[in-house]
Design a binder for this molecule. Structure first.
Ligand SMILES: Cc1cc2nc3c(=O)[nH]c(=O)nc-3n(C[C@H](O)[C@H](O)[C@H](O)COP(=O)(O)OP(=O)(O)OC[C@H]3O[C@@H](n4cnc5c(N)ncnc54)[C@H](O)[C@@H]3O)c2cc1C
Length: 440
């Protein structure tokens, strides 16, 4: 008997929630809505690198854009690239780096699509000098469920342009986009890694840094004098000209789901201790390739399996400057007291450049992002407490990383949501949107 072919699996990066999804692959920019059977509700998706449910939809159809993966045009004089929305940042780097160009902004993984980067208006290590991804996207095409197609830019259909950047895929399908690349002389980064002993030390180092790219790993398990210690990393593109080669493919992969006991407070404490101590001197400088600098996690494929089948949640908040220091400390203390631990905690200062997206996450202040294994009885109450603290501190959470904020919290973080809802395509929705607007 012929075995039944399995339906395609589509999960978000945190592997929670697990929803039954129907995936419809798109290969051509004119395929939707003409070539589809017009399901009642749809959502365009890319690589599923969002952590929670912003890229999920139950009972509808996910329009997978990965087949729309063509580079369309490149202006060598200016660095303006036009490509289909399913092109990944990895593909762009493979094309651009050997020609002396780089992404204007990149998140901590290159395995995301241009459509996904626009829809979440992603930010990177250079937010304080470059803003977020949408600041470098002059134009794109948006297709709505009624079949209409519109070019969106700051001058043409500006309302739809601002609503779609950071619009979580809810305004329609982006078919192609233009991205302004930046020139580089070399694929190397001149970097400095500086150990810091606590949040004040972090702020002092960060305040005196003049580097284009900055972020810090922070130890959120150790207590006492080691509390909130970490390693600050800063880097600039090297100006030394050198042949620009393409990157090798990653060789390491996590082949199976780790058992849930493998990641516990003790194993994470050991990891944090070793990570902090691997750098012997307070300050280390050198030159490294952009791959380990921007994408250290991409060197291990499927690393999300180390959290086991149940998956994990990410918490990412930004706290404005007026409460930044004390707010971040209070949040770190609350996490430490909960008994939950994270070995991937990142701290970064966000700059003043306004995002062009109506619903974009970035705002000036300090952002903290950390992964926590899913143990429903502990993790959900903790995340609710952290969301409430974020609200009290005048901050907000990042929908691209979220799987459990309440509708009330979402609407207080993004009071402009009703203004945004006017631009939502009636056929486009997501599990995230349904969740945070259900009780509105
Ligand atoms: C290891 C890791 C590190 C990360 N680091 C960062 C970081 O530093 N900064 C940051 O900002 N984010 C970061 N992220 C999150 C990630 O960059 C975003 O979630 C990104 O949007 C994922 O893109 P994707 O192609 O996987 O899109 P998906 O996750 O598949 O979808 C994301 C959103 O985009 C919409 N969308 C996708 N394609 C289209 C389209 N063609 N038209 C309309 N809407 C579309 C979807 O509906 C959904 O709302 C990280 C994620 C991982 C796994």
């Amino acid at each position: 008997m012929a075995s039944k072919s399995k339906p395609p699996v589509f999960e978000s990066w945190g592997r929670y929630p697990k929803l039954d999804v129907r995936l419809e692959p798109l290969f051509w920019t004119d395929e939707y809505p003409r070539g589809t059977r017009l399901p009642p509700s749809v959502l365009a998706v890319g690589m599923g690198r969002s952590y929670g449910d912003v890229c999920l939809l139950e009972g509808g159809t996910l329009l997978s854009t990965l087949g729309m993966d063509r580079l369309l045009h490149f202006e060598t004089a200016t660095g303006l690239l036009r490509c289909e929305s399913g092109v990944t940042l990895d593909q762009i780097l493979r094309f651009a780096v050997p020609r002396g160009w780089f992404l204007p902004v990149t998140p901590g993984t290159k395995y995301v699509t241009v459509g996904g980067a626009i829809a979440n208006d992603v930010h990177g290590k250079n937010h304080h000098v470059a803003g977020s991804f949408g600041n470098h996207v002059p134009r794109f095409e948006l297709v709505r469920s009624d079949g209409s197609r519109a070019i969106c830019s700051a001058d043409e259909n500006p309302e739809m342009y601002h609503a779609t950047i950071g619009g979580m895929g809810l305004t329609g399908l982006i078919t192609w986009a233009e991205v302004m690349l930046r020139p580089i002389a070399s694929r190397k980064i001149r970097y400095t890694a500086i150990k810091f002993s606590g949040i004040d030390d972090f702020l002092a180092i960060s305040g005196s840094s003049r580097s284009e790219c900055t972020m810090a790993w922070i130890d959120c398990i150790s207590q006492g004098r080691a509390f909130a210690r970490g390693i600050y990393m800063q880097g600039d593109y090297s100006e030394v000209m050198e042949p620009k080669k393409a990157s090798p493919k990653p060789r390491l992969s996590v082949p199976f789901d780790f058992p849930s006991w493998a990641l516990n407070r003790t194993s994470m404490r050991i990891f944090n201790e070793l990570y902090y101590r691997k750098q012997l001197r307070r300050q280390v400088t050198g030159q490294i390739d952009y791959e380990p600098f921007f994408y250290p996690l991409d060197s291990v494929l499927h690393w999300n399996r180390i959290y086991g089948k149940r998956g994990f949640l990410q918490f990412q908040c930004v706290i404005p400057w007026r409460y930044g220091r004390d707010g971040i400390l209070a949040i770190l203390e609350t996490i430490a007291e909960s008994g939950m631990a994270s070995f991937l905690a990142v701290l970064k200062v966000m700059g003043e450049i306004p995002s062009v997206g109506l619903m974009s996450f970035p705002q000036p202040g300090i952002t903290l992002a950390l992964d926590i294994a899913l143990k429903p009885e502990v993790t959900f109450p903790l995340f609710e407490r952290l969301a409430e603290m974020t609200r009290e501190l005048g901050g907000r959470l990042y929908p691209a990383k979220d799987a459990c904020m309440t509708g009330q919290h979402f609407r207080s973080f993004y009071p402009q949501w009703e203004q945004f809802a006017v631009y939502r395509d009636p056929a486009f929705t997501s599990a995230f949107w349904e969740r945070v607007t259900a009780d509105a």
